[in-house]
Design a protein around this ligand. Structure first.
Ligand SMILES: Cc1cc2nc3c(=O)[nH]c(=O)nc-3n(C[C@H](O)[C@H](O)[C@H](O)COP(=O)(O)O)c2cc1C
Length: 338
């Protein structure tokens, strides 16, 4: 029996296998209204048909100012709920669990409108200098995360993931590189946590399903957060009732992470085994044997695939064949796999 094709259950939601689609922006809300298009339905539906157990939508913005690009998906308006709901139906109808990553781009918003961040430090010369958020803007943004989660719930998502990684707004508050505030939201590790702590508190009031958070476990700079620092946050998040940590790394600054097959597995391993919380890993995982190694050595509970699933939406079916796992192939495609 392969571990990759055993189910994984969390808070009453069961994934039929351990393959997840990593959230990936597709910049395909062409009308710049943040709404789901037919393209999204085909794109995510194809991965569900390909037997990816958890289809996690791309970073979906809680406000127009929180978009990475004008073509991002959005969850800032009730008008966006019907399209998201139809997308959930497509994913469910094809046998997969639907997750959504909810986020705010902070200083990494590539927009014409003014952008905001904990401190007025630009990401690089190509980005605007962000406005330092006022307390009022911080409070409004916490409310926007709550409203976004409420809409995701109405749309029928099974799993909600807060985007706390890659130098977007939440991770900008967590990181000493990007958060130079002198008020209650900056300074010590505990104060840098307050923004995320308040978001989670508000979200937990209205969402009792599985709550995931994606975090950059290593920031690859001496003055940034490292796994021990992130473990401190993870323990606090666990106390607050966060269920799962989606472990990624980097992108706080333009410094590229050193990449190699499985380059982030050590982070999910560290957080899972020291934080006593389920985790996922991601990053240059392309072979079924690699995924088996990670799961069997207890280094993660789910394996997320990013670019490999852009190349091959049917990766889980190929993996099942290679690992000799007996899986249900959609009946319309069975003759293709004889
Ligand atoms: C086109 C593209 C878009 C991405 N968008 C997101 C995103 O919306 N949210 C996120 O957390 N990570 C995003 N990522 C990072 C991926 O989720 C993943 O962590 C990364 O690509 C490493 O995994 P891989 O080697 O399997 O691709 C994106 C990556 C790519 C290639």
């Amino acid at each position: 029996m392969t571990k990759l094709f055993t189910p994984f259950s969390i808070k009453g939601v069961t994934l039929k296998n351990r393959v997840g689609m990593s959230p990936m922006c597709t910049y395909s809300a062409y009308e710049e209204d943040g709404k789901v298009t037919s393209w999204h339905k085909v794109h995510y539906g194809a991965r569900a048909l390909g037997q990816v157990a958890l289809v996690m939508l791309e970073a979906t913005a809680v406000s127009t100012q929180g978009r990475i690009s004008p073509q991002d998906l959005g969850i800032w308006s009730d008008e966006q709920i019907p399209g998201l709901s139809e997308l959930v139906d497509v994913i469910h109808a094809n046998g997969s669990i639907a997750g959504i990553q909810i986020g705010h781009a902070g200083r990494k918003a590539d927009l014409k409108e003014p952008i905001i961040a904990p401190s007025p430090i630009p990401f690089n010369d190509n980005f605007q200098v962000p406005q330092e958020m006022t307390i009022k803007q911080i409070e409004e943004t916490i409310q926007r995360f709550k409203d976004g989660v409420q809409r995701a719930k109405k749309a029928g998502f099974d799993i909600i993931e807060l985007h706390g990684a890659h130098g977007y707004l939440i991770s900008e508050f967590l990181s000493p590189i990007t958060n130079k505030r002198n008020d209650e939201y900056g300074g010590s590790k505990e104060k840098r946590f307050l923004f995320l702590e308040k978001i989670v508190k508000e979200v937990k009031d209205i969402w009792s399903g599985p709550l995931f958070i994606r975090l950059s476990i290593e920031e690859y700079q001496d003055d940034g957060n490292h796994p021990e620092d992130m473990l401190y946050y993870v323990k606090k998040l666990k106390e607050q009732g966060v269920d799962f940590i989606d472990c990624s790394s980097g992108a706080i600054t333009p410094v590229p992470p050193p990449t190699f097959p499985g380059y982030q597995v050590r982070f999910s391993d560290f957080i899972k085994n020291n934080g006593d919380i389920p985790t996922s890993t991601v990053g240059l995982i392309t072979s079924p044997v690699q995924a088996e190694e990670i799961l069997n050595n207890n280094r993660a509970d789910i394996v997320f695939l990013g670019r490999e699933l852009l190349r091959n939406p049917n990766w889980p079916i190929y993996a099942a064949k290679e690992l000799k796992a007996d899986i249900q192939i959609p009946h319309q495609y069975q003759r293709g796999w004889l």
